[in-house]
Design a protein around this ligand. Structure first.
Ligand SMILES: [Ca+2]
Length: 360
């Protein structure tokens, strides 16, 4: 574990200020990674502990856990960097649409066939879409994050310049879930923003949408792929997924994108009528009513090479997972590639067995 200078100096100041013996100070430094958010000295943490204690979580447990949280400057730096990062579609796509990630998607579905089948029956979400989410998030559980979630959320809750309230809510939910599941908070790792496990649920999503899909009594997205598969399906069902409906339509159109169309507003449900898109010069697929509302997306596929996609309701539902239109497109294309690869596999197996049957 890295010990930041911030931690070192605050621990020292505390020991000197309270006049503790050297022995006690040394013991405290050894048992706790830091006392950056110790409720005995940190007012904001004490207030949060009070709120959670009123909900029925033992105060001793809360105080012990928060006493082990450490400030991490790297988390604040990572948050600032992410906001500035702007990739073009072809650059973004290249990260996720790789042969290995497609192949692993096929084998992930094969390995958990029963869970994917049940998730589709129960929530209406195709296996490839659930697999693509988990594939984009963590490469099917291989990379679930290297930040101590307790440190990340405490740092963001009490030091983020603008989103502290949001992360304070996440920290509270994190403590509730870990307490409820009997998991040691300090041992969990995740993204710098506190997203956890196979599907990278933030704690409030975990609390609201995680399901115990293998029925073992624990909602475990950290180590259990079956719970993760069911939980992604449930997340989409709860956000209005409509089984069997299309995700999007391709459309031809002028370059650059017409200025009078509000493209890439992925945080809102489909809002632009087909007629308005046609008026702006986009070729809307036949059969769509003029008043049918779509979510127009413009993708720069290489320098000044524009591709248009007209998102349907389920496209919008995918953006409930991550508000970026690029994210939704990457998930959709990975899902399509996995589906194509599975179809090829099935075709190949059929051909092989036919040859075997015909053999003399
Ligand atoms: Ca379970």
């Amino acid at each position: 574990m890295t010990v930041s200078r911030f931690h070192g100096s605050s621990a020292l100041a505390w020991a000197v200020g309270t006049g503790l013996s050297l022995l006690a100070a040394t013991a405290a430094a050894a048992t706790a990674a830091a006392a950056d958010f110790d409720p005995r000295r940190h007012d904001a943490t004490r207030a949060l502990v009070g709120e959670l204690a009123e909900k029925g979580i033992e105060r001793d447990w809360l105080e012990r856990v928060m006493g082990e949280a450490a400030f991490q400057q790297g988390v604040l730096d990572a948050m600032a960097g992410a906001a500035e990062r702007r990739l073009r579609w072809d650059e973004y796509r290249r990260i996720f649409l790789q042969p290995e990630r497609i192949h692993r998607g096929v084998t992930f579905i094969e390995a958990h066939r029963d869970a994917f089948r049940r998730a589709e029956a129960e929530y209406g979400v195709p296996p490839e879409v659930i697999a693509a989410i988990i594939g984009v998030e963590t490469s099917y559980g291989r990379f679930t994050g290297r930040h101590r979630v307790l440190d990340s959320l405490a740092t963001l809750a009490f030091h983020h310049p603008t989103r502290g309230d949001f992360f304070r809510g996440e920290l509270g939910a994190f403590l509730e879930i870990t307490h409820e599941q009997g998991v040691e908070p300090g041992e969990l790792q995740g993204s710098y923003a506190g997203a956890m496990g196979y599907p990278q649920f933030i704690p409030t999503s975990y609390r609201a949408y995680a399901v115990d899909f293998d029925d073992d009594g624990i909602r475990d997205l950290w180590t259990n792929p079956v719970d993760a598969i069911g939980s992604v399906g449930n997340y989409f069902a709860e956000h209005g997924w409509r089984a069997g409906e299309p995700l999007y339509h391709e459309a031809e159109g002028p370059a650059p994108p017409p200025a009078d169309i509000d493209f890439n507003r992925a945080a809102r449900p489909p809002a632009v009528p087909a007629a308005a898109l046609a008026d702006a010069g986009l070729e809307v697929p036949e059969g769509l009513a003029e008043e049918h509302r779509l979510l127009p997306v413009s993708l720069e596929d290489g320098e000044q090479n524009w591709r248009y996609v007209l998102g349907e309701h389920n496209f919008y539902v995918i953006t409930r997972y991550n508000h970026s239109h690029l994210y939704a497109m990457a998930v959709i294309e990975l899902a399509e590639a996995i589906a194509d690869a599975r179809a090829l596999d099935a075709h190949w197996l059929e051909a092989v067995s036919r040859v075997a049957e015909e053999a003399p």
